[in-house]
Structure formats: structure tokens, C-alpha cells
Design a protein around this ligand. Structure first.
Ligand SMILES: Cc1cc2nc3c(=O)[nH]c(=O)nc-3n(C[C@H](O)[C@H](O)[C@H](O)COP(=O)(O)OP(=O)(O)OC[C@H]3O[C@@H](n4cnc5c(N)ncnc54)[C@H](O)[C@@H]3O)c2cc1C
Length: 554
């Protein structure tokens, strides 16, 4: 569907195609509302494709006293694990306990007991050093007292957004990417009655009317509705990740540990075929219209923490596959450090407009339901979906043997595509039902997404429909010929357009998903003295921290 073909009259228009907008879209479509979602770039282009991909209560929020958020999030995690198999999967976490640093065994024991209490199951366990060593043989053993094992979950964040959007569409909603809301339309009494919208690339404009607008634009939310509390505004906080191959960082469980300089909690997270290291948390001063990227200082900050935790491993940046950054939409009163800011979501309301922002990926369903309750007076004739209705439609109840796939890839395919997984397998050539080397993505997912999932650019396909842009060497460019061959029939691009798309993709990848140029110049093909460069930077930073210039207080 194109903007030009749209009806001009809607019940509900949602601005923003991240997880928050997608969650509301899916629920509103189930209420049989005429609902339109628009996204200025690609679905999940904002923060919702750049998270740590955890579905978690957030142990550290307990430490900060955000009990309500932890409770909500743990409850949502349990529900998503039950109702979104293959998409939300269990993840084991380790927390090393050292004699000379960190919160100490008994504080962690108390926190994890509370965590389990909320989930109503006892899942954590302490292992003394000799046993813990077998769970995580690469961790620094010096002064190691032991460690805990506990349970959380993880997700492919962009695929969660895509699944919500696909389910909303299958329930009758309409969702358009590359469609920007330029401004709100008002009636004479000041109520919001619609939006002026435009195709983000052609500039073609249309005015659309509706009974209610939901502003789910994350960090951009105050553009449409300034905070009603003049003391409290959105504070863009950047978080960056590094992506390693499992050969360089051999972890099949996540590890939560503290940065040696500022004591902030960091993670090592095995995710699909790669291992993530993150994240930083600092004020993002750059233009929000430009994609964020990890800076040299952030990379060094993360590598420094790895060096302390894993003294025997070679995690040099030569083995780092990619890096990315996302911006947290956080409501702030100011005066506290980024990591101390609350991650609670908020709702603001004015006639004809509901704004929802803040929060976390994990609680998207809860956020959507809070919006629905605010929407009720606008749609009294449409009953709200029940709180016990499933988060997502059930996946096909078909054994993997019937579709010719091993059990795990079939479960994951069902998680990513829901009921459409069967269609995907049906459309696939048998040789495409194999994983792209070094990933858990099947070749068949590429043509399926190209055909059915509103792919406008190559980066939509490689960074968000599938994630090989983040997971594969050089953003998957070594596979480009086969990708072209598989997707050409569905994208309708001629040779010139393919060239343009490849060049656009390379530019995006190198600018926002590769290591920052200051470090990349030390990778193979450039001077090989990268380790000494890291050492140099490290020493410089340690020195400057001693001198107190705050470089490490990221
Ligand atoms: C580094 C990092 C790690 C995180 N890790 C986790 C985690 O592990 N677990 C967790 O639960 N949460 C995590 N979070 C938080 C979580 O990712 C966010 O809370 C969530 O993704 C926000 O979703 P959103 O839909 O509100 O915003 P976004 O995903 O940013 O979506 C808003 C969308 O609105 C669009 N938009 C803006 N203006 C317009 C306009 N005028 N017209 C049309 N569209 C517009 C944008 O392009 C954007 O796509 C993390 C966040 C960061 C930054």
C-alpha cells in the first residue's frame, strides 16, 4: 500500500514504528479499529533494533530501588517465554563474585532471591570458585569467590517489532514505513484531529484525519507533545555494543559484571551466532536525525572492562565484527548520572493525542495496554482485548519433521514469522533452507522478507529483516551476489538500482555499524599495531582518570 492510496479517514493513527508503536498497533487492530501506523524510516530503525536484546527484569534496577519496574518486567518476561517461543528464548546468566570488588555474595543473593520471588520460581544458584570456573573458564580467577547462575531471556528486537506489525496487518491494520508525520492537525478548539504526513523520500504529502493520534516516537516524542512537567524532559542516552565471533569470546551463557573504573553493570551476551558486549550509558549530544554510532572512547571503555575480566583471552578488535549504538528514551528531572535515571514509561494526554515514551522493550505489552486504557473514551464501542489474551498469535503446531527442518531452526523460524513460517518454508527452494554461513538465518528468509515485508532499501533487509548486517563479517557483503540472486525477483531493482543500494548499504554500515575510524585504521590492511594502540589509549585513559578529567565516567 502506498501513501497515495490511503483512506484519509482513520480511527487511530500511530506515529512511530518501534516496539512501542508496533505493540499498540497490534492491540488496536485486534480491537477492530481502523488503524494506521507510520514510520519515518524503516520499521524498528530507531532504538528498537539497537537494544541489548534482553527480555529481563533488570537486576540492576532492584539495586536502584526501581522495584515496580523490575516486577512488571519479570512478569512480562515469564509471559513472553510462555507465549513467544522461538522469538523470546531463555538465557542463562552468570555473575562472578570477587573478594575485592562488586556488591558481594549476600547482596547478590538477596537481589536474586527477590528476582525469583517475583517470577514465583527459584532459579538462581551460587557456585563456589572451583565449580564456577567450569561454567566460565575464561574469567579472571584471581580473588574469585564464586558466582551465581540465574535466568533471564532474550529476543531479536527488530523481529519482535516486525512480528507485531505483521500480526496487526493480518488483523486489518495498515502500516507504512518511510512515511513521516510532519505535524499534527488541530480543530478550532485545539483538539488534535489528524496529521500531515509525507513520503520520507519523495516528499509526497497528505493530510489524514482520525479520532485519536498515538505518539510513539521514542526519543523524538517531545516534538509532538512537550512534556507537561517543565522540570522533566526526554534525555537521550546513548548505549553502544561490540559484536564478537564466539571464537574470540567463547561464551554460551551471558555474564553480568562491573566495569573496573565506574562500577557500572556490563554484559557479555551470546546472541544467535555472535557474542555482544555492552553497553555504555552517556548523554547523546548529536543530532537525532543522524544514526548514532559507537565512539572510539566507548569502544575503549568496553574493551578495558573485557581486559580486566578476561585476562587470558584475545578479544582484540581485529576479531570484532561490528559495533552499534542506540538511544534510550529516558524521562529525566536532571541531576543524576545516566545509569541512575528511571526506565519507567510515561503517558501524556491532550485532546485527540496520547503520547507514550520511555520504558523498555521487555514491557512493550504493558505499555500498549496502558495506552489502550487511555484510548477507551475515544472508542467506547470497541471492547479492549482481555489481559489474558495471548501476546502474539500462536505459532503453527506442526512438527519440524513435516517441514524438513531440524527442531530448533523450525522453532526459531516460527518465532520470527509466526503463522507465516509455513508460507516461508512453502515458498523456499530446498537449498535455501540452509543457514547463511556463520549465522542462524536461513537463506530463504531473505527472499521471503524481500517479497512480503516492505523492504525499500538493502539496509532494511540486511540490518532489520534479518540481522546479518550486525552478525556477519563486513555486514554480510561477502554474500551479496547470492543475496542479489535470491531477492532480485521480488525487489524489482534493475542493475543501476542494485549498485546504488549496495553503495548506500556500505556507506551506512561503515558509518554506523563498523568500528569507529580511529580504531578501524588499526585493523588488518592498515598498520598491524592495533594491540599497542589499545594499550596506549588505555594507558592514556587510566592516566587521565587519575587526573580526573572524567573521560571514563561515560
Ligand atoms: C543500548 C540500549 C540497550 C537496550 N537494551 C534493552 C534490553 O536489553 N531490554 C529492554 O527491554 N530494553 C532495552 N533498551 C530499551 C529499549 O530498546 C527501548 O525502550 C525501546 O526500543 C524503545 O522503543 P520505542 O518504540 O519507544 O522507540 P523507537 O524504537 O526509537 O521507535 C520510535 C520510532 O519513531 C519513529 N519516528 C520518530 N519521529 C517520527 C515521525 N515524525 N514520523 C514517523 N515516525 C517517526 C522513529 O524513526 C523510530 O523508529 C535498550 C535501549 C538502548 C539504547
Amino acid at each position: 500500500m502506498q501513501l497515495a492510496q490511503l483512506s484519509t479517514s482513520w480511527d487511530l493513527i500511530i506515529i512511530g514504528g518501534g516496539v512501542t508503536g508496533a505493540g499498540v498497533f497490534r492491540e488496536a487492530a485486534r480491537m477492530k479499529l481502523q488503524v494506521l501506523l507510520i514510520e519515518q524510516r524503516d520499521f524498528a530503525w530507531g532504538t528498537s533494533s539497537r537494544s541489548s536484546k534482553l527480555i529481563h527484569g533488570g537486576l540492576r534496577y532492584l539495586r536502584e530501588g526501581q522495584l515496580l519496574l523490575t516486577r512488571e518486567a519479570v512478569q512480562e518476561r515469564e509471559r513472553l517465554l510462555r507465549e513467544a517461543p522461538g522469538l523470546v528464548e531463555p538465557l542463562e546468566f552468570l555473575v562472578p563474585v570477587y573478594k575485592d570488588r562488586g556488591p558481594g555474595k549476600w547482596i547478590l543473593e538477596a537481589g536474586l532471591s527477590l528476582y525469583d520471588l517475583i517470577a514465583a520460581k527459584r532459579q538462581h544458584r551460587f557456585y563456589p570458585a572451583e565449580e564456577f570456573f567450569h561454567l566460565a573458564p575464561h574469567l579472571d580467577q584471581k580473588l574469585l569467590e564464586g558466582g551465581f547462575l540465574f535466568h533471564d531471556a532474550q529476543v531479536d528486537d527488530a523481529r519482535l517489532v516486525l512480528r507485531l506489525i505483521q500480526e496487526g496487518i493480518s488483523s486489518g491494520g495498515v502500516a507504512l514505513n518511510y512515511t513521516v508525520a510532519d505535524k499534527l492537525l488541530h480543530s478550532a478548539d485545539g483538539s488534535v484531529i489528524g496529521i500531515r504526513t509525507a513520503d520520507s523520500e519523495t516528499g509526497y504529502r497528505r493530510d489524514l484525519n482520525c479520532r485519536l493520534v498515538v505518539n510513539a516516537t521514542g526519543i523524538w516524542a517531545e516534538r509532538f507533545q512537550p512534556s507537561p512537567d517543565p522540570q522533566r524532559h526526554l534525555r537521550p542516552l546513548r548505549g553502544s555494543h561490540l559484536v564478537y565471533s564466539p571464537r574470540s569470546l567463547p561464551f554460551n551463557r551471558a555474564v553480568s559484571f562491573l566495569h573496573p573504573d565506574d562500577g557500572r553493570a556490563l554484559f557479555i551476551i551470546p546472541w544467535e551466532s555472535v557474542v555482544l558486549v555492552g553497553t555504555t550509558d552517556l548523554d547523546h549530544q548529536q543530532d537525532l536525525a543522524v544514526e548514532p554510532h559507537a565512539t572510539e572512547e566507548e569502544v575503549i571503555y568496553l574493551v578495558k572492562a573485557l581486559a580486566k575480566l578476561l585476562p587470558a583471552l584475545d578479544f582484540s578488535l581485529q576479531n570484532c565484527r561490528s559495533a552499534w549504538a542506540g538511544i534510550r528514551p529516558v524521562l529525566s528531572k536532571g541531576g543524576v548520572s545516566p545509569s541512575a535515571e528511571s526506565r519507567q514509561h510515561i503517558l501524556w494526554e491532550q485532546k485527540g493525542l496520547v503520547t507514550v515514551t520511555g520504558g523498555k522493550l521487555t514491557i512493550f505489552r504493558k505499555m500498549a495496554r496502558d495506552v489502550l486504557k487511555k484510548m477507551k473514551p475515544y472508542f467506547p464501542e470497541n471492547p479492549l482485548p482481555g489481559d489474558n489474551d495471548p501476546v502474539l498469535f500462536p505459532i503453527p503446531d506442526i512438527p519440524s519433521t513435516d517441514v524438513g527442518l531440524p527442531e530448533k531452526p523450525w522453532r526459531i523460524l516460527c518465532g520470527r514469522y509466526g503463522s507465516r513460517a509455513l508460507e516461508l518454508v512453502g515458498e523456499a527452494r530446498p537449498e535455501s533452507l540452509m543457514p547463511i554461513p556463520g549465522t542462524r538465518t536461513l537463506w530463504a528468509e531473505l527472499p521471503f522478507a524481500a517479497r512480503h515485508e516492505q523492504v525499500r532499501h538493502l539496509d532494511d533487509l540486511l540490518l532489520r529483516r534479518v540481522r546479518i548486517g550486525m552478525q556477519s563479517l563486513r555486514g554480510g557483503m561477502p554474500h551479496i551476489k547470492r543475496i542479489q540472486k535470491l531477492c532480485r525477483p521480488y525487489l524489482g531493482w534493475d542493475g543501476t538500482r542494485w549498485k546504488q543500494e549496495i553503495s548506500r548499504y556500505k556507506q551506512i554500515w561503515e558509518s554506523y555499524y563498523a568500528l569507529p575510524p580511529g580504531l578501524a585504521k588499526h585493523l588488518p590492511g592498515h598498520k598491524p599495531d592495533m594491540i599497542s594502540r589499545i594499550r596506549q589509549l588505555w594507558e592514556a585513559m587510566t592516566h587521565s582518570t587519575r587526573g580526573g578529567n572524567g573521560l571514563l565516567s561515560l
